[in-house]
Design a protein around this ligand. Structure first.
Ligand code: DOR
Ligand code: ZN
Length: 365
């Protein structure tokens, strides 16, 4: 049995850090494990311009500098390289192709995020009809700028458990036909339909998979009581979909890579009559992924999923330092700080079989 694995330092290809006082905590949690992260732009107001992305990046970097070493057992060591946020722009109905080209070519943003208006947290300024973005998408295709998609329809007539599947049929397939060279990441996939779509598409289409969708299905959230800390969007699906995700993530197929979608909300915003969507997984991300890969007898494939395939898709080098994961019981803290507020991490109080630590030995591979 493998009790210790050493892999190249991973990156998180889908992350919410929020803003303001929360940044100190959210950035420290991610920087303890990952070197880079694709940072979501769904702030209030959203990050729509290159200048806004640059200013947000500066706030994140400042928080990284100020961040104390993580005090969480199981994520003890600090990173050996400074955390590098990779910024994204939030698309709206009025996004302008030349401004997006300038932000990409000037290094202010690496990708654009498509939120269908009303699909999820802070998506009110999102896109109401993709036809409005034809000129933007043409430019993105031409310059090789990835489109990161929250893949759910917002049609009130569509059942919430069907919204990803219907989005793929109604929106994503036609989009990929109209823009066959556009780089697309279908974010946080939750269904076997999404797995099948991504596998059948060309190499320009990939997907991120969260740790919580690998760990849970909708029974975890709803059977025996309603558990708001399992509520996220796209919502957890039935176990057959969870199984399809676990097989895809551990298959070694480079189209599937790590994106936590760690999405912090204070305790009172989750434990409410109308609770917010999002699971805070950043402080325990690699412990969660290692547990699943272990259960699937695929620990030898964790490095590809966590540390190689995303970098390859974005055309970036892999990291040259390493982390170590150990088979060792570790209990997730009940509560953590989120600025002045308190947050319950995903699986709070539960015991995982893996711990995380940064490997400080030199790279020679
Ligand atoms: O669960 C989610 N939380 N899904 C999203 O798409 C957004 C995120 C957030 O920002 O809280
Ligand atoms: Zn997200």
């Amino acid at each position: 049995m493998t009790d210790l694995i050493r892999i190249r330092r991973p990156d998180d290809w889908h992350l919410h850090l929020r803003d303001g006082p929360a940044l100190t905590d959210t950035v420290a949690a991610t920087a303890a494990q990952f070197h880079r992260a694709i940072v979501m732009p769904n702030l209030v107001p959203p990050v729509t311009t290159g200048d806004q992305a640059e200013a947000y990046k500066a706030r994140i970097m400042a928080a990284a500098g100020a961040a104390p070493d993580s005090k969480v057992d199981g994520a003890r060591s600090g990173p050996s390289k400074p955390f590098l946020p990779l910024m994204t722009l939030y698309l709206t109905d009025t996004s302008k192709p030349e401004a997006i080209r300038t932000a990409f070519e000037g290094g202010q943003a690496v990708a654009c995020k498509l939120y269908p208006a009303g699909a999820t947290t802070n998506s009110d300024s999102g896109v109401t009809a993709l036809e409005r973005l034809t000129d933007v998408l043409e430019v993105m295709q031409a310059i090789g700028m990835p489109l990161l998609i929250h893949g759910e329809v917002t049609d009130a007539a569509i059942d919430i458990f069907d919204r990803e599947r219907v989005f793929i049929e109604r929106t994503l397939k036609p989009l990929c036909q109209r823009f066959p060279k556009l780089k697309v990441v279908l974010e946080h996939i939750t269904t076997s339909d999404a797995v099948d779509f991504v596998k059948a598409a060309g190499p320009q289409v990939a997907a991120t998979i969260t740790a919580h969708h690998l760990h849970c299905n909708r029974n975890h959230m709803l059977a025996g009581g309603i558990r708001p800390h399992y509520f996220c969007l796209p919502i957890l699906k039935r176990s057959s979909h969870q199984t399809a995700l676990r097989i895809a993530a551990t298959s070694g197929d480079p189209k599937f890579f790590l994106g936590t979608d760690s999405a912090p909300h204070a305790v009172e915003a989750k434990e409410s009559a109308c609770g917010c969507a999002g699971c805070y997984t950043a402080p325990l991300a690699m412990q969660l992924y290692a547990t699943v890969f272990d259960e699937m007898n695929a620990l030898d494939r964790l490095e590809g999923f966590a540390s190689r395939f995303g970098a390859d898709f974005y055309g970036l080098p892999v990291n040259d330092d390493f982390i170590t994961l150990k088979r060792q019981a570790w209990t997730v803290p009940d509560a953590m700080a989120l600025g002045a507020a308190e947050i319950r991490p995903f699986l709070a109080g539960q015991t995982l079989g893996w711990t995380f630590e940064t490997d400080t030995a030199d790279s020679n591979q």
